[in-house]
Design a protein around this ligand. Structure first.
Ligand SMILES: Nc1ncnc2c1ncn2[C@@H]1O[C@H](COP(=O)(O)OP(=O)(O)OP(=O)(O)O)[C@@H](O)[C@H]1O
Ligand SMILES: Nc1nc2c(ncn2[C@@H]2O[C@H](COP(=O)(O)OP(=O)(O)O)[C@@H](O)[C@H]2O)c(=O)[nH]1
Length: 226
């Protein structure tokens, strides 16, 4: 039976999850699922989950676990015969447990990026709110300053990317993520990467994924041969 590759990426705000996920999806053809993207989509379409999520996001809070789990598991249900990469989910231990009851991940990538680097990157992060496309004035600037490459619409800076909000976000991330990271460590699927530049970390992630996917393909082949 074909085996699908299931992975998640974790890391504090600004650690490069979105940037690295894009590269993984392009290089390995995994389906990319971002919880933030689905929430923004739900908010724009006024879905039940979107309306509920908006009230939490506006207050800088996490969306409750049952809402988030229902949303993400229903998205995954539509992808049961795909390899996928999760970004932004699971965020809490309850979410990780709910996910694990339904799908076992093969690999979890955890990004450790120094605080000063996060602060610099986020103060330079500009986004196109409707699509979630992300730019950085130094690292990957838009073609026209202040404008989205695809639509030409204006880019904005999120309030919680400003340095004064970052410390609290980071502390909160560490607190909530620790039990999730411990769980994946205990399952033997956690791989951590440290550094200050995505371009320096990427080759290691690339080679880890190449190896894992190769092993998976070999296992699937062996289980098919009589
Ligand atoms: N798994 C989740 N559980 C609970 N709330 C979530 C989850 N994923 C996203 N959210 C909510 O949606 C908001 C936006 O999520 P998103 O992942 O786009 O950005 P972020 O976590 O704020 O920052 P970054 O992308 O920089 O890590 C979060 O701040 C949170 O309120
Ligand atoms: N200067 C610099 N910026 C980066 C690097 N990697 C990512 N970025 C930018 O840093 C910001 C945060 O990255 P993002 O992928 O959105 O992180 P996420 O919050 O973990 O999803 C974005 O503006 C990226 O374009 C890097 O190596 N150097």
């Amino acid at each position: 039976m074909a085996k699908f590759f299931r992975a998640a990426i974790m890391g504090p705000p600004g650690s490069g999850k979105g940037t690295i996920s894009k590269r993984i999806a392009q290089s390995f053809g995994l389906q990319y699922l971002s919880s933030g993207h689905f929430l923004r989509e739900g908010i724009a379409a006024n879905t039940e989950a979107g309306v509920m999520a908006k009230t939490y996001i506006e207050r800088g809070m996490l969306v409750p676990d049952p809402v988030m789990t229902r949303l993400m598991l229903s998205k995954l249900e539509q992808l049961s015969s795909h390899s996928f990469l999760l970004d932004g989910f699971p965020r809490t231990l309850a979410q990780a447990q709910a996910l694990n009851n339904r799908y076992q991940l093969d690999l979890v990538i955890s990004l450790n990026i120094p605080y000063e680097t996060l602060k610099e990157r986020l103060s330079d992060r500009w986004i196109h709110p409707r699509s979630g496309r992300v730019y950085n004035m130094g690292f990957n600037p838009p073609q026209v300053e202040g404008k989205d490459d695809v639509t030409g619409e204006p880019l904005i800076q999120q309030d919680d990317d400003k340095p004064e909000a970052l410390m609290a976000r980071l502390r909160h991330y560490k607190e909530v993520a620790k039990p999730v990271i411990d769980l994946y460590k205990s399952l033997g699927i956690l791989h951590s990467f440290s550094g200050t530049e995505t371009d320096r970390i990427w080759p290691y992630i690339n080679s880890l994924l190449s190896n894992k996917m190769h092993t998976l393909a070999q296992d699937a082949h062996q289980s098919q041969t009589p």
